[in-house]
Design a protein around this ligand. Structure first.
Ligand code: NDP
Ligand SMILES: CCCCCCCCCCCCCCCC(=O)OCC(=O)COP(=O)(O)O
Length: 310
């Protein structure tokens, strides 16, 4: 009986693995064809997910524009990518553009520089962002504004500056790195969750408006990633939080998430949640049983307040 089972199941198993492998290979080839030689602009390329996206898109043959506030860090990454094995087959040394997303004038200047250098943008990845930790009652309005400027108004301004040229070409792809907190709001993250909900809403509206012009929009909502996000987060008084949270340290590797971002772009996905089971279920719970979700969040707030004396 065992022999019959194994002789019947083994070829089936190998067949399934073969089909799965073939599908993966086809997906990879499609992604490569889409990204190869494409002009890809990445904000927040100096750290974490942005830096890994730069590595992933560079390995896939993209012509990169690396954006950030730290010119030296951008140049270092550009040199690293130009010296990488992928660069031996292609000749694209990444271009760097230094600007602060909280400065609307600088954003317009940066977009003009990118268009002057490359003539067009194929993929814009709005990745840069900051997080926040604090209670609403303690937080100065200035902090809410700073988080919104970086996470919402900055990406919106950059998108608006590049969109007309995409519409004229009837081609382009805009990516927003949101967060699972763009779908659910958790306590002591008001400014961050609000900025990510706004991001989701804005880019959902944009997707509907620009489809007719051949422009695509992908919103990506990751769960925790092991980056500097918590270290760089703002607190209620605007100072730096400066702590590597356990949830961040135990998050997914940014290189792995960057590969998922590349795959989502290559497959022209419209909306992707890159989170584990509990956060993904929480998104459904928020819609299907909001009362229960709100109770869970209130209990989380009570526990967190006790443990951190918030
Ligand atoms: N880490 C996580 O758990 C998760 C992260 N995300 C999102 O991923 C994205 C990337 O963050 P992550 O890599 O994790 O965090 P990091 O702190 O490691 O990287 C953030 C990047 O954003 C840049 N940045 C911050 N403020 C500005 C600004 N005013 N102007 C220009 N650039 C700025 C930083 O540049 P600089 O070096 O100049 O500070 C840095 O390159 C963010 O949008 C974040 O919300 C989403 C879900 C989970
Ligand atoms: C039917 C059963 C449903 C079970 C649901 C249980 C509810 C569990 C709540 C889970 C909350 C998850 C929060 C995830 C937050 C997250 O991944 O955020 C990503 C970030 O952007 C991280 O930023 P931060 O600055 O907060 O580190």
């Amino acid at each position: 009986m065992d022999l019959i089972t194994s002789t019947a199941t083994l070829p089936l198993l190998f067949g399934c693995v073969g089909v799965f492998g073939l599908l993966k290979l086809l997906q990879w080839l499609r992604t490569r064809a889409y990204v190869r030689d494409a002009v890809v602009v990445i904000t927040g390329a100096t750290s974490g997910l942005g830096r890994e996206c730069a590595r992933a898109f560079s390995a896939a043959g993209a012509r990169l524009v690396l954006c950030g506030r730290n010119a030296e860090a951008l140049e270092e990454l550009s040199r690293e990518l130009a010296a990488s094995p992928a660069a031996k087959v292609q000749t694209h040394k990444p271009h760097t553009v230094t600007f602060d997303l909280a400065d609307p004038g600088a954003i317009v200047g940066a977009a003009a520089e990118i268009l002057r250098c490359f003539g067009h943008v194929d993929v814009l990845i709005n990745n840069a962002g900051i997080s926040y930790r604090g209670a609403v009652v303690d937080t100065s309005l200035d902090v809410d504004k700073r988080v919104m400027e970086t996470n919402y108004f900055g990406p919106v301004a950059l998108t608006k500056a590049l969109l007309p040229s995409m519409i004229r070409r009837r081609q382009g792809h805009i990516v927003a790195i949101s967060s699972i907190q763009g779908r659910i709001s958790i306590p002591f993250r008001s400014a961050y969750a609000a900025s990510k909900h706004a991001t989701q809403a804005f880019f959902d509206c944009l997707r509907a408006e620009v489809e007719q012009h051949g422009v695509e929009v992908t919103v990506i909502s990751p769960g925790y990633i092991h980056t500097h996000l918590s270290l760089n987060a703002l607190t209620a008084d605007g100072s730096k939080y400066g702590v590597m949270d356990e949830s961040t340290a135990q998050g997914r590797s940014p290189a792995e998430v960057a590969r998922d971002v590349l795959a989502a772009v290559g497959q022209r996905k419209k909306d992707v949640v890159l989170a584990g089971l509990a956060p993904s279920l929480a998104v459904y719970l928020r819609t299907l049983a909001p009362g229960l979700f709100f109770s869970l969040m209130a209990s989380r707030a009570r526990k967190e307040r006790k443990s951190k004396h918030c």
